[in-house]
Write a protein that binds this ligand. Structure first.
Ligand SMILES: [Zn+2]
Length: 433
């Protein structure tokens, strides 16, 4: 397995931490001098960049949120004059105005190299033909992957999005070996290929990088059997750089975060407290090399956990789990953070199907009560009464062991759960009502 930048990707942790500290000091100086928002925050706290002598000091700084980035639209967070900016992208913001991000020439070079790392990790080489079916535009996905593939020396086919049959024709005729798109679009392509009676094995595809949205292991196996023999995940967000923050190697056991460029932290989204290694919580990222748009302790709102254990591929960079949802969906029950995605996963692991369910929260005295109501699907209905009871018990037990709380579970009539525009309302919180 080839590694694009072994010097950095396989760096011993001690050396890595030294490099991180040097780069953090550089970044803090840059934002203190050039970004009003950060200078104000530093001044409020009575600290200057020189006070930062260890990586642990990072925790002294406040978080940066999406709300903050809306301040001084459009260029308030730029740390260089516009004449040094060679590229502008944007991402959706809190208000109607987007968040505008910029890159210097060095930033584009660094970004391209980070994406070259995730592509190499996914098995891409200069001999590959890379079809990029991300929408080209202000969104960072297409250009990020495009520049990364060119950096490797692969041949880029920038098909952009849409026109599924044309995508398939190009895939067949140009002999595309690498596919880049969202996982949900990969499923659409797999379906269409099936409908057209094309054998996926007749395509030249060998690997794919699917990102831009969270996806499950179940989706991975569908994509691998119906379209592309190897499907890898990668992670990034425009506010931090775009794609290239993290990517899976061929072990497919978590995405390596490039820690020479970003410091990851996991916090409790409710309290902001740092969580011990291995815990599931909100990912916070600090950029270390960016010139135009440095980012200090950015709250990504993505839920994941970090694994500092060694990986068979030889990279020393920490691995983040597939994202497990957004903090916006989180509920707190008996002081424990619960995400609908955890319940999804538990139900799927027991039943091998996505059973429709709803979480109802009530309060008895000071006690929170969480009830999961599951609509009886044909699969559950086919179980005899005794097995239905066993199923309910199994859900309770699994929730207790995975999430750590006692819950009630009940089976309800198909179609009886409250729906909004056809979708079941996942969480009904009656504690305030
Ligand atoms: Zn690895």
């Amino acid at each position: 397995m080839k590694i694009w930048d072994p010097l950095h990707e396989c760096m011993p942790r001690e050396d890595l931490e030294q490099l991180q500290l040097e780069r953090l000091q550089f970044t803090l100086n840059r934002v203190y001098k050039n970004v009003m928002h950060y200078r104000k925050k530093f001044n409020e706290l009575g600290i200057i960049p020189e006070d930062f002598q260890s990586l642990a000091d990072l925790k002294k700084l406040p978080f940066t949120t999406k709300e903050d980035l809306g301040i001084d639209y459009p260029y308030g967070f730029f740390a260089v004059p516009l004449r040094e900016v060679v590229r502008i992208h944007s991402s959706s913001g809190i208000s109607t105005k987007p968040i505008v991000v910029g890159y210097t020439r060095n930033d584009v070079r660094m970004w391209s190299n980070l994406v070259a790392r995730i592509m190499t990790a996914a098995g891409v080489t200069r001999d590959d033909l890379v079809q990029i079916a991300f929408r080209y535009g202000l969104f960072t996905g297409a250009f990020g992957l495009h520049y990364g593939a060119e950096t490797i020396g692969a041949s880029v086919i920038p098909t952009s999005t849409g026109n599924t049959e044309r995508q398939i024709m190009i895939m067949q005729d140009y002999k595309t070996t690498v596919l880049v798109c969202t996982p949900s679009y990969a499923l659409i392509l797999a379906d269409r290929i099936k409908e057209l009676g094309i054998d996926p094995k007749s395509l030249s595809l060998k690997t794919g990088l699917f990102g831009g949205e969270p996806w499950s292991e179940a989706m991975r196996s569908t994509i691998e059997s119906g379209l592309c023999p190897t499907a890898t995940d990668n992670y990034g967000l425009s506010e931090v750089i775009g794609p290239g923050v993290a990517g899976e190697c061929l072990c497919k056991d978590g995405m390596h975060i490039f820690e020479d460029a970003f410091i990851p932290e996991i916090i409790d989204p409710a309290t902001g407290e740092a969580l011990p290694p291995g815990s599931t919580g909100e990912l916070v990222l600090t950029s270390l090399t960016k010139e135009a748009f440095p980012m200090i302790r950015y709250r990504t709102r993505d839920i994941t956990s970090l694994d500092y254990g060694s990986c068979k591929c030889g990279r020393t960079m920490v691995r983040m789990k597939k994202t497990q949802g957004r903090t916006d969906d989180m509920i707190i029950v008996k002081g424990v953070n619960v995400y609908p995605s955890q319940v999804d996963e538990i139900l799927f692991s027991i039943q091998q199907e996505h059973a429709p369910y709803q979480m109802t929260l009530t309060r008895k005295g000071a006690l929170d009560i969480l009830e999961i109501r599951i609509e009886v699907t044909s699969k559950i209905f086919s179980l005899v009464m005794k097995s239905q009871r066993a199923f309910v018990e199994q859900v309770k037990k699994r929730v207790k062991s995975v999430i750590g709380i006692d819950i009630d579970v009940s089976l309800v009539e198909p179609g009886s759960l409250r729906r909004q525009e056809g979708n079941i309302v996942k969480v009904v919180d009656q504690r305030q009502e």
